[in-house]
Design a protein around this ligand. Structure first.
Ligand SMILES: NC(=O)c1ccc[n+]([C@@H]2O[C@H](COP(=O)([O-])OP(=O)(O)OC[C@H]3O[C@@H](n4cnc5c(N)ncnc54)[C@H](OP(=O)(O)O)[C@@H]3O)[C@@H](O)[C@H]2O)c1
Length: 249
């Protein structure tokens, strides 16, 4: 039996770290993608101390050379990839987060990580994902990327107006749907995850869910059975009173 290999981007902390821990607990070799070597090695050590077969992989998703080097490492060391969790993400906003205050620099910075990085890394790894018996790609998105959720006057998020982060996640949702379409006749499944509002550095630890709970969503999509879905936004349903399920785009 071949070993199951999972690469998680932004795995040195938050939801990504928790995802690495949970996938490691299921016996997968977890490749801990991190852009900072010290933080990546520390996460690798913590995961190993917890019993996981973890290995730090230097990876800045906004840097093409770093992406190419990570793909080469996976190819040379493992020859294939079973699970890719595109988890790395950033939040930025200008002024009081009104659309009219949005700057080009902030938009570019957020899209480089949350959208462009996902496409570049996924394309670099697709040949290796194709060599796995049934690869899974999980794009960690958000309910704030759902136009239906964000424009529901009765919804909890109707008051949010920021452009960079929500629109980057809406773009990521479309990216997910398009990859699922291209890969629909293959065993590869591609889905977007909504972890729900989790307490991490991303939101100054203001979330009401834990990173472990957020990671459950990525792990579910990373371990879907052969008859599982592809091309969905799935995860925590705040407006449905909690619980997990499919969210509208
Ligand atoms: N927390 C929530 O409530 C929530 C809700 C919905 C969706 N999400 C999504 O969940 C994902 C994880 O977020 P989190 O809450 O766990 O945030 P976090 O604790 O801030 O972790 C973000 C991770 O992404 C990494 N990262 C950022 N830019 C990167 C780059 N260019 N290359 C590689 N890694 C990079 C960070 O590395 P450094 O440590 O080096 O900065 C860190 O490891 C994100 O995609 C976020 O949008 C979070």
């Amino acid at each position: 039996m071949t070993t199951t290999i999972a690469l998680i981007t932004g795995a040195n902390k938050g939801i990504g770290f928790a995802t690495a821990r949970q996938l490691g607990a299921r016996g997968m070799i977890v490749l801990v993608g991190a852009r900072d070597a010290a933080r990546g090695r520390e996460a690798e050590r913590a995961l190993r101390d917890g019993g996981a077969n973890a290995r730090f992989v230097p990876l800045d998703v906004t840097d093409e050379q770093s992406v190419a080097a990570a793909a080469k490492l996976v190819e040379q060391e493992y020859g294939h990839l079973d699970v890719l969790v595109n988890n790395a993400g950033i939040v930025r906003a200008d002024g009081s987060a009104l659309p009219s205050e949005t700057t080009l620099g902030t938009l570019r910075e957020v899209y480089e990580t949350n959208v462009f990085g996902v496409v570049v890394l996924t394309n670099a790894l697709l040949p290796l994902l194709g060599r796995a018996p049934a690869a899974r790609i999980v794009n960690v998105s958000s309910e704030v990327g759902s136009i239906a959720v964000m424009t529901d006057p009765e919804g909890a998020l109707f008051g949010l107006t920021s452009v960079p982060y929500p629109s980057s996640k809406a773009a990521l949702n479309m990216v997910t749907a398009m990859y699922a379409k291209e890969l629909r006749d293959t065993p590869i499944k591609v889905n977007a995850a909504n972890p729900g509002y989790c307490a991490t550095d991303l939101n100054h630890n203001s979330g009401f869910r834990t990173p472990e709970q957020g990671a459950e969503v990525s792990v579910h999509l990373a371990t879907l059975p052969a008859d599982g879905p592809s091309g969905l936004l799935w995860g925590y349903q705040m407006d449905a009173g909690g619980g997990y399920g499919v969210l509208p785009w």
